[in-house]
Ligand binder design. Structure first.
Ligand code: NAP
Length: 271
């Protein structure tokens, strides 16, 4: 495949970093791209297509990437970022997917005046169905923003906001969102078992119903409320269930409270 991306450094090749790397290899990633990852097992699927090193200190001297992608856990930032300060400069953009970590805090760790884009992806990125929202920090050029947009679009859809503070609710809604949908599948399975259905059938029903509804939503131009109404016959069974779920103090209030709690936690992690 032809090389269509410039050389990069990926810091952390875990669940999200690995998903992104798989997408970039599809786009055409130069083999001199460096992946810094302590675990050899985490990069085994990419052997021969990237340069793997186990620590930041082992990044080849003089290597000047267009972008450095920060995909370690946020707690690792105080160790990793100061070690990358020597690579910071106007020609290198840092693309961080670390939850909570603010641009200001990363800038301090990178020695000041780094070009940083903060982004929040989600786990459907593993099958190229992710949704990532990004914010460009001070000094990021249009070319750097376009490069990061291509990197993020390789794992699904990408969108941009013009205030960094909006990344906190984004983290709460789309970053953690897949967990809420998986919880829905878990709870439907449990409720089906409570109503006497065999556990294996309950599991299949819950998975297929959540997965099928997601596919229908993706394929349809109707909004979610319309698709919901399409299932709801007047005085029927679904209407009875929705009357419980949509009580003011039930799902509407709980969802507000949950998103508010996750947004607050994202702010706490700003560090
Ligand atoms: N998972 C999600 O749903 C999600 C969604 C949005 C954003 N994020 C963000 O994505 C980031 C990565 O999350 P993840 O779920 O992919 O975590 P993960 O699977 O634990 O991946 C992190 C990887 O970084 C490696 N690592 C640790 N220290 C390192 C260092 N100094 N240099 C290079 N690599 C290092 C870890 O290796 P070891 O395991 O050997 O320590 C691990 O393989 C986090 O900041 C998270 O906030 C995650």
């Amino acid at each position: 495949m032809s090389t269509t991306l410039p050389p990069l450094i990926l810091i952390g090749c875990g669940k999200m970093g690995g998903a992104m790397l798989a997408g970039w290899l599809e786009l055409g990633l130069p083999a001199e791209t460096v992946v810094v990852e302590p675990s050899a097992a985490a990069v085994s699927a990419f052997a021969g297509r990237i340069r793997h090193v186990t620590s930041i200190a082992a990044i080849p001297t003089g290597f000047a990437p267009a972008a450095i992608i920060l995909a370690t856990k946020p707690q690792e930032a105080p160790n990793a970022l100061p070690a990358l300060a020597h690579l910071s400069g106007p020609r290198t953009v840092f693309l961080s997917i670390m939850a909570g970590r603010s641009i200001a805090s990363m800038n301090v760790m990178l020695g000041g005046d780094a070009r940083i884009i903060r982004a929040m992806p989600n786990t459907p990125a593993a099958i190229r169905l992710g949704f990532t929202v990004a914010f460009p920090g001070h000094g990021v050029t249009e070319v750097q923003r376009e490069l990061c947009d291509r990197l993020l679009s390789a794992i699904g859809e990408a969108a941009w906001v013009d205030q960094e503070s909006l990344i906190d609710p984004v983290t709460a809604v789309s970053g953690g969102g897949p967990a809420y949908v998986f919880l829905l599948a878990e709870l439907m399975e449990q409720a089906a078992i409570s109503q006497g259905l065999p556990p294996e059938l309950a599991r299949r029903m819950a998975r297929a119903t959540v997965g099928g509804s997601d596919a229908l939503l993706s394929a349809s131009t109707d909004d979610a409320a319309m698709l919901r109404r399409n299932v709801t016959s007047p005085s029927g069974t679904t209407e009875r269930a929705l009357a419980v779920l949509m009580r003011k103090e039930a799902w509407p209030a709980l969802m507000e409270e949950a998103i508010e709690a996750a947004t607050a936690r994202s702010r706490e992690l700003a560090g």
